[in-house]
Ligand binder design. Structure first.
Ligand SMILES: Nc1ncnc2c1ncn2[C@@H]1O[C@H](COP(=O)(O)OP(=O)(O)O)[C@@H](O)[C@H]1O
Ligand SMILES: [Mg+2]
Length: 259
């Protein structure tokens, strides 16, 4: 099972700033977890650690029982897919080629460099596009699509990787409300149908409440709330969104409006 174990993880950047101050938690295989918190809480740093894009300063991370360290980074990266706020597509390439890059984690260096994809990879990519409802856009240039469609390509690319875990960092922050719903619904459906563990960073309380099984609230590099959406009380939201030295905080007002 692809349970994620995070034990006493800290992250101090070269400039001395400690973005994570000791995070310990387990994320169950097949769960849909939202990490909620204001800007600067450490959400992106935590996801980047889970994907091996950053190395912890202290503590350890295990995915499916295997420690995330230099020795097995490549192997673990192939089982963990990432979805980004800005989609991170190659604009001038076709939609299906973008999805095919999801297969690169499984291919040799030489194959990757020369973009030598196999027929099998093309089948997987087309299946992934069908899952996100974009079969008819396969040969469009990526930058011709709307934001919501581009994010669906981002999700298809993640699916093509055949991952055990999908990490999504603010996947709807650049989208309108209708597309945001669609994308969250799609991620949820992927968890429900494929049993893929999904971890989504969000700052929107309403979406977190509606889609998550579990909400991990972060503030200033610490976990300050952990529970199901039903337990996310106004008091819990204050704890998540409080900012030092701030009497009045728009972020908090917004959060409480959804409580
Ligand atoms: N490479 C870095 N060097 C120094 N500080 C960083 C670096 N990356 C992020 N930070 C700081 O760490 C804190 C947490 O950042 P981040 O994880 O991006 O938060 P969030 O995603 O919750 O907005 C912020 O104060 C940010 O400025
Ligand atoms: Mg972030």
């Amino acid at each position: 099972m692809s349970t994620i174990s995070i034990e006493s993880v800290t992250k101090r950047f070269p400039n001395g700033f400690e973005a994570l101050k000791g995070i310990s938690t387990e994320i169950a295989a097949g769960s849909f977890t939202v990490i909620l918190g204001p800007s600067g809480a450490g959400k992106s740093t935590l996801l980047r650690l889970l994907n091996g894009l950053e190395i912890p300063s202290g503590g350890s991370i295990r995915i499916a029982g295997e420690a995330l360290d230099k020795g097995n980074l490549r192997k673990l990266r192939s089982s963990v897919a990432m979805v980004f706020q800005q989609f991170n597509l190659v604009d001038r390439l076709s939609v299906v080629t973008n999805v095919l890059t999801g297969r690169l984690a499984h291919r040799s260096w030489v194959g990757s460099v020369f973009y030598l994809f196999r027929t099998e990879d093309m089948d997987i990519a087309q299946q992934a596009l069908a899952r996100v409802g974009l079969t008819d856009k396969a040969w469009s240039r990526a930058d011709k699509l709307s934001g919501g469609q581009q994010q669906r390509v981002g999700i298809a690319r993640a699916l093509a990787q055949r991952p055990k875990v999908i990490l999504a960092d603010e996947p709807v922050a650049s989208l309108d409300p209708v597309s945001s719903e669609e994308i969250m619904g799609l991620l949820r459906e992927i968890r429900d149908r494929d049993g893929i563990t999904v971890v989504v960073n969000l700052h929107q309380v309403d979406l977190a409440k509606r889609f998550a099984d579990r909400i991990i609230g972060m503030n200033s590099g610490r976990v300050v709330f952990d529970g199901p959406p039903a337990e996310l009380s106004p008091q819990a939201l204050r704890t998540i969104y409080q900012r030092e030295g701030m009497e009045h905080d728009n972020h908090l007002d917004l959060a409480l409006a959804y409580a």
